[in-house]
Design a protein around this ligand. Structure first.
Ligand code: HPA
Ligand code: ZN
Length: 338
């Protein structure tokens, strides 16, 4: 288990804005001459006690104010890549929230261009690769999502897909059917947060109305055995985020997380960090936490890592290359026992 950071990993559920560390908030604020209502990074971190998703989103959106210029987004992307790589992440399919920046007057070209710059630097310097998925905010009107997609097309954003995030309860997927259909026509992949705080009906909605390729979170599928059986039969990937679920009180503690039930049902589970700057850990920390909590062996950890590769939108040749490296990690761990 001490070798978890060496296990090659693909991350499928991480919000780039959720990787904004308190130190970087302070640094970018100082650069831009923004006065913050707290004296230091520790005081900001002290506010990271969440009762639910909304209480987190309030602080998450507030902190975004420091991201204003193209190079702020580049810095954010690069810093995430550095930290993720240290934990064994070799590729990430990264969410960003265009509307959260558009509404603050940041040009779309700067948001997208900055993220592309930061990840290009990470690729050149240490071979880390990333693809971008633009998420629509489900607590904003669907018409605004459609305008946002138009703007992304207008700036030629190199996104591979679209997603749906923000406050889930009371904001069903169905109004977004048209914008997701348009994204599909554009050749984009589709994912959606569902079954994080809302129940199984939210997961059904994402499948039926949005035609998603993956479900982000999906943990509440354990409340509906028929749905879970369907997810297993269709090999629908679930991008599960254990430390996030604990921090946002979607589960009362890690011991009661449904991960073991999902695994034993045969669901296509992947592990992810969600908003690591807020939830106490990056992808390697999520692997370590569940390995310790549930006593997962190296074979299971390697299976979880392989699941992410297979559920990714990477071409088959790159998937093969990463799976070979995971197999190598597992073989080395078996050898070291002898
Ligand atoms: N859930 C839903 N929406 C989000 C999250 C999350 O954890 N992080 C950023 N947007
Ligand atoms: Zn998320």
């Amino acid at each position: 288990m001490s070798r978890i950071h060496e296990l090659p990993k693909v991350e499928l559920h991480v919000h780039i804005e959720g990787t904004l560390e308190p130190d970087l908030v302070l640094e970018l604020a100082a650069d831009a001459g923004i006065t913050l209502p707290y004296p230091d990074a520790e005081a900001l971190r002290g506010r990271y006690v969440f009762a639910d998703l909304q209480s987190f989103l309030d602080i998450y959106y507030e902190n975004l104010d420091v991201l204003r210029r193209r190079h702020d987004f580049a810095r954010l992307a690069y810093e995430y890549a550095v930290r993720a790589l240290a934990g064994g992440v070799v590729h990430a399919e990264v969410f960003f929230d265009p509307q959260a920046h558009r509404s603050r007057g940041v040009p779309m070209a700067d948001v997208v261009g900055g993220l592309v710059d930061g990840f290009a630097r990470a690729r050149t310097e240490f071979g880390f690769t990333a693809d971008l998925i633009a998420c629509f905010l489900r607590d904003r009107p669907a018409a605004e999502a459609a305008e946002t997609l138009d703007e992304l097309v207008a700036v030629d954003a190199p996104i591979i897909g679209v997603g749906l995030d923000s406050a889930e309860v009371g904001n069903p997927a169905s109004p977004f059917a048209d914008v997701f259909a348009r994204a599909a026509d554009l050749g984009l992949r589709r994912v959606a947060h569902a079954g994080e705080e809302a129940g199984p009906e939210s997961i059904r909605g994402a499948i039926d109305h949005l035609g998603v390729d993956r479900i982000d979170h999906g943990i509440r599928s354990v409340d509906d055995p028929d749905l879970l059986a369907e997810l297993v039969a269709t090999r629908m990937p679930l991008t599960v985020c254990p430390l996030s679920n604990v921090c946002l009180q979607a589960v009362s503690d890690l011991a009661s997380h449904p991960l073991p039930d999902l695994l034993s049902a045969g669901a296509h589970v992947t592990l992810n960090s969600d908003d690591p700057a807020y939830f106490g850990g990056y992808l390697d920390d999520n692997f370590t936490a569940v390995a310790e909590q549930f006593g997962l062996d190296d074979e299971t950890l390697a299976r979880l890592a392989r699941n992410s590769v297979v559920a990714s939108f990477l071409p088959a040749s790159r998937q093969r290359e990463i799976i070979d490296r995971i197999d190598g990690w597992q073989a080395a761990s078996t050898e070291s026992r002898w």
